[in-house]
Ligand binder design. Structure first.
Ligand code: ATP
Ligand code: MG
Length: 461
């Protein structure tokens, strides 16, 4: 993943988180402002009601007072007395409510002074009335002082009411503003959130496309490397086949040279020895003994030469065929290694090159058994099947771990190389302590119409 893509992906997430935080902040601040404004409104409405109650009490008191004085009816006194008794508690309540505003407190002081004056005036006229001093209570009652008092009470009350109303209105405005702000903020933040989400989707898409492209490039590179490996393997395999062929040719050449040149020389030497022997004086037994020894040595060398030639190029194979050549090979091996070797060899139709492959495979397997297996019994089988020939060499030796084959070991690898070059398939199975089975299947020449390599892949065993 490129840095720029990571960088882009990294932007949308903080943006979304920021939008969410902003949303919470806007909401919280809107709530706080509205809450404060509502509290102020409630406070002012309480003050408003309190002022109204006070004015109403004063009005009731004045009406009751006048009614009583003018009609002498005691019933009028009751509203007066109720109103007078509540005025003080009303004033206390109002003082508490207005305490925070110096402006209101100034009006309240005036209002409260006017109220106490009015109450004193009503109280005085009532006393004079009860004392029967008619001129005096009438003077007090009908003088302008009482009216001025009431006017002043109304004025200060109204002033307080108006200020309260103003505050309620401005609180309402504040609530509306904060609602408006919240609405705007939520809309903006939602838009930012949607933008962040859109960016995130786009970036995720881009990232996915980039990953796919990278995947494609990797896939391409892998295919290229696989092609390269296949090519190299094919050329190495061709080279190995060539080397095998060259080796076989060399061995053939050496066998011929040994047979023709060395064989001729050794035969000549043997004839010379025989001639010398016949002409020698029989009185020289020591010389005769030497010549006899020389003749034996020459016989030994000739036998050795034959073995070497046979090993280099099995003449039994070309002269007697695969089955007989394998019989000889296994018999000689059994004698040499002192093992019990059983065979089950069917006559098979294979090309000369494939026959040599089978021969070399059995030869190398037997050599390995002799070197490593510590076996008691060996079984070599060659079976004909409709489309292929199966060759198996099984021993009951100590077996080995296939994964532990060293780099310097080439026998099994060479075997596989030969079998595959002949279009066949080789399998080696072995478990330590349980013996070894080397098995090959090779296509018969008449399962033809295709290359040997292709045919091998079609075979089922
Ligand atoms: N029949 C067997 N029983 C036990 N071990 C075996 C047998 N055949 C092969 N091995 C083990 O597998 C190894 C590889 O065998 P391979 O024929 O490939 O190489 P090599 O015999 O060690 O050397 P080279 O054949 O090149 O001279 C051997 O070293 C041996 O340890
Ligand atoms: Mg070997």
């Amino acid at each position: 993943m490129r840095w720029s893509q990571l960088h882009k992906i990294a932007i949308s997430l903080p943006l979304a988180v920021l939008a969410a935080l902003a949303l919470i902040a806007i909401n919280e601040s809107g709530y706080q402002r509205s809450h404060r404004a509502l509290q102020t409104m409630a406070h002012n409405q309480a003050a408003h009601s309190s002022v109204n109650r006070l004015l109403q009490s004063m009005l009731d008191a004045e009406t009751g007072h006048r009614g009583y004085l003018l009609t002498e009816d005691e019933r009028y006194l009751q509203p007066y007395e109720v109103a007078v008794s509540t005025v003080n508690s009303n004033l206390d309540e109002l003082r508490t409510l207005l305490a925070e505003s110096p402006e209101d407190m100034a009006d309240f002081a005036q209002l409260s002074r006017q109220i106490s004056r009015k109450l004193s005036e009503m109280e005085l006229s009532l006393q004079l009335y009860r004392q029967g001093n008619e001129d005096a209570w009438k003077f007090v009652m009908f003088s302008d002082v009482g009216k001025e008092n009431m006017d002043a009470i109304r004025r200060y009350g109204r002033a307080l009411l108006e200020r309260n109303t103003q505050r309620v209105v401005s609180s309402q405005v504040e609530v509306q503003r904060s609602l408006h702000l919240s609405r705007l903020g939520i809309a903006t933040v939602t838009a930012i959130g949607l933008l962040a989400f859109y960016m995130y989707l786009r970036q995720t898409n881009a990232l996915q496309r980039a990953t796919e492209r990278e995947q494609e490039v990797l896939e391409h590179e892998r295919a290229r490397l696989e092609g390269l490996v296949r090519e190299r393997t094919a050329s190495l395999s061709a080279l190995a086949n060539h080397l095998q062929q060259v080796r076989e040719d060399e061995r053939g050449y050496l066998a011929r040279e040994l047979h023709d040149e060395l064989g001729a020389l050794l035969t000549a030497a043997k004839l010379d020895v025989a001639r010398l022997k016949s002409r020698l004086d029989t009185q020289a037994p020591e010389v005769l003994e030497r010549l006899r020894h020389l003749s034996e040595t020459l016989n030994g060398v000739i036998a050795l030469k034959r073995r070497i030639i046979e090993d280099l190029r099995p003449s039994s194979l070309s002269n007697l065929g695969l089955t007989a050549a394998l019989e000889i090979l296994t018999r000689e091996f059994a004698e040499r290694a002192g093992l019990e070797v059983q065979t089950n060899l069917e006559t098979v139709e294979l090309s000369d090159a494939t026959q040599l492959t089978v021969y070399r495979m059995v030869q190398e397997s037997l050599t390995n058994i002799g070197k490593y297996a510590h076996a008691h019994k060996v079984l070599v089988t060659v079976h004909n099947h409709p489309q292929h020939v199966a060759v198996q060499i099984r021993d009951d030796g100590q077996g080995f771990d296939l994964s532990g084959i060293g780099r310097t070991s080439h026998g099994l690898a060479g075997m596989r190389q030969r079998v595959e070059a002949a279009g066949g398939r080789l399998t080696v199975s072995s478990t330590p302590g349980e013996g070894t089975l080397v098995s090959a299947i090779l296509p018969t020449p008449d399962s033809s119409g295709d290359t040997p390599r292709r045919r091998a892949s079609d075979l089922t065993v």
